[in-house]
Structures are given as structure tokens and as C-alpha cells.
Design a protein around this ligand. Structure first.
Ligand SMILES: [Zn+2]
Length: 547
């Protein structure tokens, strides 16, 4: 029999080699120890008797990593991402699996699976792996979405976690219900796709993230951030994002993830649709739930568009490549990434915006195409290809059959300004007040270091590398970022003294005039009636009006 541990968790496109945390594998049959033979780093072979007795497999898993896709166990709670725990037995992937759990006194475990006689029942290995487990002295907080029972289980590292959370946010459960109902309206469905749903929330000092599952989500969020108005809105957006994934990417799934290969990384060219479309639409959901204002949406969207415009990597990597290379680029980002790649979340959301506004010109919307794909593919479990996506868009706007593939493969941008103008909006550039050095300094205990060096910028041309200590500019000692800003002289040759591997070097440096520092999304002052009406309907995600 072959035993193998998954290498990754769906939704998080990185080979994590969970086997790193596995210890002491021992296999026994009829009281006799069998010797597992290592076949691959994450797989073993065991010679057992097919007509013999029960096979028992024992191992330990180190649970010390607190993220939404790893395991963490301490005196307050336990969280298991089951992909990191459950061995796949060859030939048994599609057989029913059962899960039971021994817990400390006073603890309860929460798993989004049906339970009979204290044992959770999964129809197959995939459903088991898709089920996170949270345990602790928790009191679940119930709420109902369109008749379907939901539960929030929170670990906040505070005495009486749930009481503490509800004292801070008395309307939380009602707000969650409203956001989830807004998701269902957006999908054009009368009920959630599942008959029960579990939200596992880990509140920590600082953190942000979520992982989607069919019948649950795991969220990590900053405790203090949740108490700020913008932080609370972003939290509702995060919930909306993961909740929308119960359709987009979980049940309405790229063909390359149907079925999922847990051991090798599948190349998925349509991750921009799974994540970009979800990231774009999640911004509308607190608004549609009556929990935020149109100006909040314009401010959030403006921040994304600004970040996108200021990412040089968009001139290097196409949207399709960004999706295909998720495994080795987005999930392995470093100090050079902004110059070499563009996130399919970010550019995917920009293209989603352009698609939405394009479709609205002919009376359609992105929401309608998503609903159509749910009806044609998602609800039947049919994986979609990139061609299926293009076809679905072209059904509403025939010119997208030629335009959309260009947006996916080209480095040129869609006409973002033109699309924004159709709803009475524009991006206003804000210039920096100091010359451009093409580097981001970071203050460390020993002084100032280069945290990022922009490709082709003044610092790179001078020979600065990430990690260099920035000692002095024109003999002025640099101790903090402000010292650097003050010492910069645009277009004038200057001498930059750096330290690299304990050696001082003198570099010829010449900064450039101030550059755009950020963009803000603004309303056009003298918008026409047509622009105003289009904007109103777009903000409320209502169908566009056409002549
Ligand atoms: Zn997502």
C-alpha cells in the first residue's frame, strides 16, 4: 500500500512540503510492525497482507505554525489544516473517511462535516482535506443566512474569546449575515451553496488572511485593526471574499483543479478569474449589505488602482503568466518581485473592473457573467477552461472574444482611464515632494539599508543592491529615511557611500525629478447625466441601462 501526505492546500498555491512536520511513522498489522519504505519525500510504500487484519498507521505532526493553512496547538486552542495531517491511502481517495478527536477537558472541536455518534463523516478524502478543525474552550456563535445555519468560532487569545468579541462588536453576527446575504444576491441564488457553514476566526496582534473551503473559511485578522472603522470594513470584505469563493473557485472551478492533484503543482492560467474577480467584487459587498458608503468603495478601489499603476512588474509579466507562475512567483515574493511580476489578485481585479464597465456599455455586467458560469459549469461540477471564460464573456459582449485574450497575454493595459470615465471617475496623480532615488530605505538598528531597489532607477544605475547599508550622501550621514530625502538633489551628480559585506564603497549617484507617489480615484466634477446614472448603477451593482 502506498501512503502519501499532500504537498499543498488548495487555495494557497505553494508546495509546502507538510511532510517536514511529520515524525515517527509506524505501521502495524495484526500486531506485527511493518517497515514503511520511503518512495518519495512525501510518500511511503508498505507491504501488507490484503486479506489480513486491521492496518494501524501512527505518526506525530508538529503543530507550531499559526497560519490559515498550517497546524497550531497550544494551551488555548488547536487548529489543524487537515491537508497537513491526513495521509492519502492509495486507491482509497474516493472512499468515505471518518474523523474522531480526543480533546482536553472542557474543549470542543468544530469541523464542517456531518457528525454521527461523535464521529465526523466525509464522503471522500477531498472533503476531509477541505475541512479545517478548530478546537478549544470555545462557545460557537450561531447566525442564519437565508435559512441556512452558520457558526462563527473565534479564538482571540482573550479570556472568554466570544464574549470579548461581541462586547467589542455587538452587531457582528448581524453584519456577517447581511454580507453573506449580499453574496447570495450577487450570485443570483436563493440560498448559500451549502447546507451549513463554519467561520473560524483567529484574532492575533497583527495579521491578515483567509482560506476558502466548500463549507467553511478560516480567517486570521489583527485584533486592534478590527476596532478601527476602516479595519472593520476590510474585515467584512475579507469575509465576503472567502464566502464568495464557496462559488468562485471552490464549486465553480478551473478545469486544472478538477480533480486536485495534491502532490504536484497544477499550472492554472485562470487564477486571475478565481482571485481577481473575487477581489474586485468583494469591495461591493459591504456596500450592498448597507454597511459601508460609496466613498469607502471609491477609496478602497482607488488604493488598488494606485498600487497597480505603481507596480513596474506589470510591464514584465502578463496576467496569464502571473496566474501560471503563482507557485514560483506570487507565493515566493521577495524584495525584487514588484519589478518582475504583477499579482493576479491585483491585475485580475483591474481587468475585472474593465470587464464590468465594458459589459455595462452593452447592458450586461460582470455579475451576470459570473452567474451564467455558475449555471453552465459550477453547479454541475464542470471545470472551466480559459476558452470557456472567454466564450462566457463574449456571449454578453462579442468583441471580448478578441479583446479579453489580449488583456490576458499582453503587457499593455486595457484603457482604464476610458472605462473609469464612462462612470464619471478619473485617477488623480499625486506627485512626491522630493527627488526620486528609486530605492526604498529601511531603518534598522545599525542604520539605514536599501529594502527595495527599483529596476532601471537611479539607485540601481548607481550600483546599489538590496541589503546595502546607506551610509552617507555627499558626506551627509544617513541615519533615517528623512536624512536621505533631505540630501537628494535632482539631476545633480552626488556621491553615495554604502557598506556591503563590511566594505565601504563610494558610488556615483544621480536622482531624478519627483515622480507620482500615489493615485486617488475621484469623481469628475462636471459629469453628464449618463455618467452619473452609470456610476450609480455600477456602485449598486445594478444592471446598466442602455438606449
Ligand atoms: Zn481569494
Amino acid at each position: 500500500m502506498r501512503l502519501a501526505l499532500p504537498g499543498w492546500t488548495p487555495g494557497s498555491y505553494l508546495i509546502r512540503d507538510y511532510v517536514r512536520q511529520l515524525e515517527g511513522l509506524a505501521v502495524e498489522q495484526d500486531g506485527l510492525a511493518l517497515e514503511p519504505q520511503r518512495l518519495e519525500p512525501s510518500a511511503w510504500g508498505v507491504t501488507c497482507n490484503p486479506s489480513g487484519g486491521l492496518l494501524t498507521i501512527r505518526y506525530r505532526v508538529l503543530a507550531t505554525e499559526l497560519t490559515v493553512r498550517t497546524c497550531h496547538l497550544d494551551h488555548e486552542h488547536g487548529f489543524l489544516a487537515l491537508a497537513a495531517v491526513v495521509l492519502e491511502l492509495e486507491g482509497e481517495r474516493w472512499s468515505p473517511h471518518q474523523l474522531s478527536c480526543s480533546l482536553p477537558q472542557g474543549w470542543q472541536a468544530f469541523v464542517p462535516l456531518p457528525r454521527t455518534n461523535g464521529v465526523w463523516q466525509a464522503r471522500d478524502l477531498d472533503q476531509l482535506i477541505d475541512s479545517p478543525l478548530e478546537a478549544g474552550p470555545h462557545q460557537p456563535l450561531p447566525f442564519t443566512v437565508l435559512g441556512v445555519p452558520h457558526q462563527l468560532v473565534c479564538w482571540a487569545g482573550q479570556p472568554g474569546d466570544e464574549r470579548w468579541l461581541l462586547e467589542k462588536h455587538p452587531a457582528l453576527l448581524d453584519d456577517l449575515r447581511r454580507v453573506c446575504e449580499a453574496c447570495c444576491r450577487l450570485m443570483g441564488v436563493e440560498r448559500p451553496a451549502t447546507g451549513h457553514y463554519l467561520v473560524i476566526l483567529h484574532l492575533v496582534d497583527e495579521g491578515y488572511g483567509g482560506l476558502e473551503h466548500d463549507d467553511s473559511t478560516v480567517l486570521i485578522y489583527g485584533r486592534d485593526n478590527l476596532e478601527k472603522p476602516n479595519g472593520y470594513r476590510r474585515f467584512l470584505q475579507l469575509v465576503a471574499h472567502e464566502y464568495l469563493h464557496q462559488w468562485n473557485v471552490r464549486r465553480l472551478r478551473p478545469a486544472e483543479l478538477t480533480p486536485i492533484d495534491y502532490h504536484r503543482p497544477p499550472v492554472v492560467p485562470s487564477l486571475w478569474f478565481a482571485e481577481g474577480v473575487t477581489s474586485y467584487l468583494d469591495q461591493f459587498l459591504p456596500l450592498s449589505a448597507g454597511l459601508s458608503e460609496p466613498d469607502d468603495l471609491l477609496s478602497d478601489l482607488g488604493e488598488d488602482l494606485s498600487r497597480y499603476r505603481l507596480t513596474p512588474g506589470r510591464a514584465v509579466q502578463s496576467l496569464r503568466e502571473s496566474s501560471r507562475e503563482a507557485w514560483v512567483k506570487l507565493y515566493k515574493a521577495d524584495a525584487y518581485s514588484a519589478d518582475a511580476q504583477v499579482s493576479y489578485y491585483l491585475k485580475g481585479a483591474v481587468v475585472a473592473l474593465c470587464l464590468d464597465l465594458h459589459l455595462r456599455r452593452c447592458g450586461g455586467s460582470l455579475m451576470q457573467v459570473l452567474q451564467q458560469l455558475w449555471l453552465s459549469h459550477g453547479r454541475w461540477g464542470r471545470g472551466y477552461s480559459e476558452a470557456d471564460l472567454v466564450q462566457a464573456f463574449a456571449a454578453s459582449a462579442p468583441d471580448l472574444a478578441a479583446t479579453l485574450p489580449c488583456w490576458l497575454q499582453d503587457l499593455d493595459d486595457p484603457d482604464l482611464d476610458g472605462y473609469l470615465s464612462s462612470v464619471g471617475l478619473f485617477l488623480e496623480a499625486e506627485m512626491a515632494s522630493t527627488p526620486w532615488a528609486g530605492l526604498t530605505p529601511r531603518q534598522e538598528s545599525g542604520g539605514l539599508t536599501a529594502a527595495r531597489v527599483v529596476r532601471g532607477g537611479p539607485a540601481e544605475r548607481a550600483g546599489v543592491m538590496v541589503g546595502d547599508e546607506l551610509v552617507a550622501l555627499d558626506r551627509q550621514r544617513l541615519k533615517n529615511p528623512e536624512d536621505l530625502q533631505r540630501a537628494l538633489r535632482a539631476h545633480q551628480p552626488q556621491t553615495l557611500l554604502i557598506a556591503r559585506r563590511s566594505q565601504l564603497r563610494s558610488l556615483a549617484f544621480c536622482s531624478e525629478p519627483p515622480q507620482v507617489e500615489r493615485y486617488r480615484l475621484k469623481r469628475v466634477d462636471d459629469a453628464t447625466d449618463a455618467q452619473r446614472i452609470a456610476q450609480q448603477r455600477w456602485l449598486l451593482q445594478q444592471p446598466a441601462l442602455v438606449d
